[in-house]
Each structure stands twice: as structure tokens, then as C-alpha cells.
Ligand binder design. Sequence first.
Ligand code: NAD
Length: 290
Amino acid sequence: MKIGFIGLGNMGAPMAANLAAAGHAVTGFDMADVSVEGVAMAGTAAEAASGAEVVITMLPNGQILRAVADQIIPAMSNGAALVDCSTVDVDSARAVADQATQAGLLAVDAPVSGGIGGAAAGTLTFMAGGSEAAFAKAAPLFEIMGQKAVHCGEAGAGQAAKICNNMILGVTMIATCEAFALADKLGLDRQKMFDVVSTSSGYSWTMNAYCPAPGVGPQSPADNGYQPGFAAELMLKDLRLSQQAADSADADTPMGQAAMALYEQFVEHENGLGQDFSAMLPRFEQRGRT
Ligand code: NAD
């Protein structure tokens, strides 16, 4: 398949490389001067998109996605698919899908989970929104770049699933970290805390699979000095998107709001920037009640 790939950063570069390695003809574009194995580089986004059956975007945010969409949609051929894998706000995802559909294109919003490791290994999970026909066109590429793709519904449904999932993730990470910090102060051994909670009703992915306490549970960023993993600032981005969506849908999300405020404090006013999002545990450890 002839594929255009725009946004070859930490995630986009390995995804594009995997498509090229699988035998697809990939033409890429990035604002930065990058090169990716097996990918031919174009001089503009429109040039990368021109003549492609599928154009994939992997960009930082909704504003940039809208700007890139303005450039590439007029260059794309009728019936081609625009597949946005970035994490963006639901409103931008729907606006770009509308614009693409009106231009005679298929559109899919397909944010991912799995991080840089998943992108390199081709084991991402895709959460997709769009028509059946659009999803069907993108599905063989999701199979190469990932191990699972869920068609969540119409345009914007993929972004909705992603931010709801990550709102739960942010809230449960904070709950797990503050419970460990409380357990410390109550004199409870961390391993015992893990043994009980991981097999009791407090279990969660953050406790069982990504334990924020070093030396406890399976290997996680906590065992590596809280090097990300999933950086606190990326969690903050997703929590902000969840609260933006909650505002526009008039949804009451007090825990999501509190999690956003805490990650904002951690990233912007403390030492959270560049640390894994589980570094909330040492943050709580150092604090008392006031
Ligand atoms: P990144 O900053 O490494 O890559 C983004 C790339 O887009 C950069 O190379 C940048 O030069 C390029 N770019 C920016 N504006 C452009 C434009 N106008 N035209 C062409 N290229 C442009 O970011 P990333 O980590 O690859 O993340 C990409 C997306 O994936 C984000 O939406 C992020 O939230 C999401 N995501 C990231 C992770 C992760 O672990 N990094 C996990 C899941 C989802």
C-alpha cells in the first residue's frame, strides 16, 4: 500500500519504520529534520499525502493536527483514508473527520496505548473511531503497528476511549501512591501491602502491573529511578484532555479534575517533569498532611 506518514517523532518514527519493514511504500514528512529506515522523505506534508491510499498522522496536539489536516486533505485522492493516531481533544478529532469526509475521504481517529516500547515492538493497542469502511481500510496497518485494534464507534470515539482510560489510570495511580505513603506512615511493610492489595479489592493495573514502589511487584519504572515509562507530563496532557471533554459534554468528573490538578502541581511546580507518572509515590512520601 502507498502510505503517507506525517509526524515522525518518538512514536511516529518506529511506527512508520514497521510499516516500511512490512513491505509498504511509506513516504514521510516531519517539520524536524529526521530520517527513518525504509521511509522516503517528502519536502512537505502535502507531498507526503499526495497519491497515498492511507495517510497516518502522529502529532503533538489537536491544534497542530488541524493545521496539518488543512494542508493534506486537499492533496489526498478521493476514497483515501486519513488515520490520525495522535492523542488529541475529541472536538479536533471530530472536526478533522468532518473535513475529511466532506472532501470524499475516509477518516479514522485511532489513538494508541503502549508507549514508545509498544511502537518499536509493533504491539500498540489502537482505539478507533470512524465508519466501518474507514476502519476496515486502516485495520491491516493496525495489525502491523499493533497487536489489538478496537473499533469504538463513530468519529471521536477512539479519542473518547483513550482519555476515559487514561483518566482512570491517573486517578488510580494517585490512589495507589497515596495508599503506599499512608501504609509507610502506619509502619506497614511495602511488600506486605503489595501482597494484600494485589490480591484484594484494591487491586488495579497500577498496583499489580506497574507498581510505583521500587523493588515491589513486577519490574516497573520505579525500579529504574522513575525514568519514564509514561512521563508525568504526558499523563497531565491526557488528564487535561479528559477535563476539556468533560467541560464540553457537561460531565461531572471530580476525581479526574483532582488528578489533573495534582499532576499539574507535580509537573509545573515541583520536580515531576521528565519523571515517570508513578513518581507520585516519592512525592507523597515526602509530604505530611499540610
Ligand atoms: P513527539 O514530540 O516525539 O513527535 C511529534 C512529531 O511531530 C515531532 O517529530 C514534530 O517535529 C512533529 N511535528 C510537529 N508539528 C508538525 C507539523 N506541523 N508538521 C509535521 N510534523 C510536525 O511526540 P510523540 O511522543 O511521538 O507523540 C505523538 C503523539 O502520540 C502525541 O499526541 C502523544 O500524546 C501520543 N502518544 C504518545 C505516547 C508516548 O509514550 N510518547 C504514548 C501514547 C500516545
